[in-house]
Write a protein that binds this ligand. Structure first.
Ligand code: TRP
Length: 449
């Protein structure tokens, strides 16, 4: 089975070396596995929760997109897109908001931390807290559930959000699924083996500690940062302790085992810190220099990046659009055309309950589906230039005349006036096909009473 992996990157900053080793590099490695279908996206709606500086949002989206591509993400293999290019996501967010328990969201760590801080300082508990922050886990649930991700690689601070996505998804399944599981239950994937890189001062490398080493900004910037790595005061010639040196930890994360062993033994033998720093720079530059050039090339061609991301969005929407249509249908946001038709057929036995659902394709053409009472798809029509033409065909099918059904392999087609107007899905075998034909005939049979 193919595993679907999905993760989002909030677009508020510029990626640094720690992000690269901790998230970008392992994600790119994972995306190359043959049994994995990866969805990576820029969580720019999430960024708006934390940041109200439009220039910074824009800059960060561009930089993060360029970073992932320069680092080797293959957009032919993975689906790489901006959250804000997928209108189905905010739409699903609302459907989920309507089933998410407020009590669940009250318990979200990020919200609770802000409340605690307010209480501590004697403020109103909700001072400065937006609905964006409060509803953040629902938006994240929509990101994950929209694509039915099995695994969600995240940092430890995000585990709770993935659990909330399960909760909310389960609730939706329960309320509207009628036995059908719309949403797959996602699992948080915590990579234990992935390095948390130390920053210049030895604490975890993080923008909030201002101790980062830049990733692609430039060789000089990288060199300058490395020169500021804090070391002990042992002089050249004195033995160093690699196991208590974050400079060594950094070296280790980017070197081959052989390079690393050599570096270790040189430190033990008294390699000076100055020399050690230039060796760290060399190993980083050798690994990242080419990607850095690629990064600057991409940043200079923002229109090309735009095209790449829009293509990614199209790919993502090929999944999201029909799925959301199904979910809208499930909650009762159905076309009036199908409602009118079932009202016409109001005297039909309730058990029949099949319904026509019309919808529009991305290219503007119209189609309809015929769904059985249990939601199973019986037919998908061909495309029609306008809604009227599609409506006329579905109406004609309900007149109850003789149906021209043609079984072909594991599926069947439906013909009207010598033209194929709709086809069934492919069934597992001919028996399943025939039973669907039977259901279809019953659904469209004229009224008995
Ligand atoms: N909230 C995540 C973070 O701050 C980013 C994110 C948004 C995300 N949507 C997601 C991660 C969906 C995984 C899946 O790191």
């Amino acid at each position: 089975m193919t595993i679907r992996i999905l993760t989002g990157i909030t677009t508020t900053g510029t990626p640094h070396l720690g992000n690269y080793a901790g998230a970008i590099r392992p994600a790119i490695v994972a995306s190359r596995q043959s049994d994995v279908d990866s969805f990576y996206f820029l969580a720019d709606y999430h960024a708006l929760i934390k940041c109200d500086d439009p220039l910074r949002i824009q800059r960060s989206r561009l930089e993060i997109a360029a970073t992932w591509l320069a680092a080797g993400l293959d957009v032919e293999r993975v689906t790489f897109y901006r959250q804000s290019d997928i209108p189905e996501i905010p739409e699903l967010t609302w459907l989920l908001t309507c089933v998410a328990a407020k009590g669940l969201l009250n318990r979200a760590h990020a919200y609770k931390a802000s409340v605690d801080k307010n209480v501590e300082t004697g403020e109103d508990p909700d001072a400065g807290i937006t609905m964006g922050l409060y509803s953040y886990p629902v938006l994240m649930a929509a990101d994950i559930l929209m694509f039915n991700a099995h695994q969600v690689p995240v940092g430890r601070d995000q585990i709770q959000h993935v659990e909330m996505a399960r909760d909310i998804g389960q609730r939706f399944n329960h309320l509207f699924g009628k036995g059908k599981e719309f949403f797959v239950m996602p699992e948080a994937l915590i990579e234990e083996s992935v390095a948390t890189l130390p920053g210049l001062d030895g604490r975890k490398m993080s923008k909030s500690y201002d101790n980062t080493i830049p990733l692609f900004s430039g060789a000089k910037e990288m060199k300058d940062a490395i020169s500021r790595i804090v070391t002990d005061s042992r002089a050249p010639g004195e033995a160093k302790d690699p196991d208590n040196s974050h400079l060594f930890t950094l070296y280790q994360a980017f070197s081959t085992p052989e390079q690393c062993a050599e570096f270790r033994s040189d430190l033990l033998q008294g390699l000076g810190w100055g020399e050690a720093k230039s060796r760290l720079f060399s190993v980083l530059d050798a690994q990242l220099g080419e990607a850095r050039d690629k990064y600057h090339g991409l940043i200079e061609r923002p229109a090309d990046l735009e095209d790449i991301l829009l293509t990614g969005a199209e790919k993502a929407r090929r999944v999201a659009t029909p799925f959301l249509e199904e979910l809208r249908e499930a909650v009762g946001l159905r076309s009036f055309r199908s409602v009118v038709q079932s009202a016409d057929a109001g005297k039909k036995k309730a058990a029949k309950g099949a319904r026509f659902v019309s919808f529009r394709e991305d290219d503007g053409s119209f189609r309809f589906r015929l769904l059985a009472a249990d939601g199973e798809q019986l037919l998908l029509s061909r495309t029609f230039a306008d809604g009227k033409a599609a409506g006329a065909v579905s109406k004609q099918l309900q007149q109850g005349g003789e149906l021209d059904l043609r079984a072909e392999g594991e599926h069947f087609t439906l013909w009207l006036d010598g033209a194929c107007v709709a086809e069934s899905p492919v069934f597992v075998d001919a028996a399943a096909r025939d039973s669907a034909i039977e259901t279809l005939k019953q659904a469209l049979a004229p009224q008995q009473d």
